[in-house]
Design a protein around this ligand. Sequence first.
Ligand SMILES: C[S@@+](CC[C@H](N)C(=O)[O-])C[C@H]1O[C@@H](n2cnc3c(N)ncnc32)[C@H](O)[C@@H]1O
Length: 261
Amino acid sequence: MNIEFFSEAAGRYASAANERFYRMIAAALLKKVPAYIDPKSILEVGAGTGFTTAEIRAKWPNACITALEPAAGMLRIGRAAATDVDWRADRLADFQGSKYDLVVASMSYHWLTPAEREKLISLAGQGVLVLAIPVSTSRRSGRDSRMTPAQTALLETVHSLRVEPGWPRETRRPELLLEGFSAKFRHVAVDELTVDEVYEDASEFIESLSARGALEALFGRSADAAVTELDARLSGLTGISFSWAISLTTASNDNNLTRYL
Ligand SMILES: C[S@@+](CC[C@H](N)C(=O)[O-])C[C@H]1O[C@@H](n2cnc3c(N)ncnc32)[C@H](O)[C@@H]1O
């Protein structure tokens, strides 16, 4: 279902604001790859319109990059933007790949099925796996427990519509990510990145949640009702702040990594 969503939303997804947001996350994520690693083969899972792909290419100009993107609308834009990449229209479940020096999934891991999440791990083999995953807690919000009006409105809308987030719990909690990956890899590091954004008004905030698939994930079939509620709760506000908590996970079985992670 999320693949049809992303296919239809591709034009809105490919906005300048989203490019800034996703490239900033990708750049922070790729910095987690230890400097001595020079990957010859890189697999990117859920490559979308190519924001992360562009960061990967800039960092490793000579690597062979395979980019998986099953949503046709996203793939069309990505393929046109990065022509020196082997784009595949596969879902991870259908992908016939072997092992890669580096596997990257930036803001896509939480959309994968449990079997696909296992497959991602096996594709990394002895290489390195890096993941950027939106999570529900942030160290920053721990320090400053006051919620912004946008956070309050979102939480109240979740409660009022009685929805269960579509993103699995084990991908939303940094401590569960650490526990899960530690059982599969010898070396794991989970760091957190907070991306603060300010939106002009309620409609810009709601559009950003929508185009990134967050409304779809949080509210599913109630997404339209959520838009109406959020709009009413935030009506008249300007300069709306919102913090995105993103977990950056690095995992590998390579023993040389011990001193880096
Ligand atoms: C939020 S976008 C992130 C795109 C990109 N990584 C970026 O940085 O802009 C998530 C992407 O994951 C893709 N996706 C969803 N399910 C997938 C699956 N089972 N296998 C591969 N990709 C998937 C979606 O089509 C979507 O393009």
